[in-house]
Each structure stands twice: as structure tokens, then as C-alpha cells.
Write a protein that binds this ligand. Structure first.
Ligand code: HEC
Length: 95
């Protein structure tokens, strides 16, 4: 019961924007961090340095969706909306 109330409080105190940010961060941690790293520039398996990417959002979306070289395909695991959120998320590495 105690745990339940804590969770409930946690969820209800979070603004929806914060929740959205948490969700995309979890996605990135689950699927991307092992190659691209926490700052986007880890470069495992030849992963592109996301801090230096010059691709458009549409090009990034298509690479995440379909994969390229050692970059896996995520179109079957993630929804279109999740991929769009990840594009926005990785764009933050450039700032
Ligand atoms: C197994 C390692 C691996 C994982 C996991 C991985 N990537 Fe990649 N990623 C790569 C490699 C390698 C490239 C370079 C592909 C190429 O151009 O040949 C790349 C390229 C990219 C690019 C293009 C950047 C550019 O400027 O060329 C984006 C964007 C990207 N990854 C995002 C992601 C996201 C988001 C995830 C998680 C959903 C992810 N990657 C997971 C290895 C990985």
C-alpha cells in the first residue's frame, strides 16, 4: 500500500512534459546508449557521433527506422511517434 501511494504521488506530481521526457530517455537508454553513449559520442561499433550529425530530421528518422551499416533497424520495435521523439532527443546532443 505504501509503495502504491508513492508511485501514485510520483505520477501525479509529474507534469506531462516531464513524463514525455522521461519516456524518451528510457527509450534511448534501452535501445541506443550501448552504441551512442550518454552524450551521443561514444562510437561503439562505429556508431555515428550524434553531436556532429549534419543529417536532417527526416534522414535521422529513416536511419533509425530502417537501420544503416551497424546501426540496427528499429522500425519493427518502436512506433513512428517514438522514433520522432528520439530524433528530437538526439538533436539535444548538438547543443
Ligand atoms: C549496435 C550499435 C547501435 C545502436 C544500438 C544504435 N545505433 Fe545509431 N548508429 C550506429 C551506427 C554504426 C551508425 C552509423 C551508420 C552509418 O552511417 O553507417 C549509427 C547512426 C545513427 C544515426 C545517424 C547519425 C548520422 O549523422 O549519421 C542516428 C540519428 C542514430 N544512429 C540514432 C540512433 C538511435 C536513436 C538509436 C536507438 C533507437 C540508435 N541509434 C541505436 C550504431 C548503433
Amino acid at each position: 500500500m505504501f509503495l502504491f501511494s508513492v508511485c501514485f504521488l510520483f505520477i501525479s506530481c509529474n507534469s506531462s512534459e516531464q513524463e514525455h521526457q522521461d519516456q524518451v530517455e528510457i527509450l534511448y537508454h534501452t535501445h541506443c546508449i550501448r552504441c551512442h553513449g550518454g552524450k551521443g559520442n561514444l562510437g561503439v561499433s562505429g556508431a555515428a557521433d550524434l553531436t556532429k550529425s549534419i543529417l536532417s530530421n527526416a534522414e535521422k528518422k529513416s536511419i533509425i527506422n530502417a537501420g544503416k551499416g551497424n546501426m540496427p533497424t528499429f522500425g519493427t520495435t518502436l512506433t513512428n511517434g517514438e522514433i520522432e521523439n528520439l530524433v528530437e532527443f538526439v538533436n539535444e546532443f548538438k547543443k
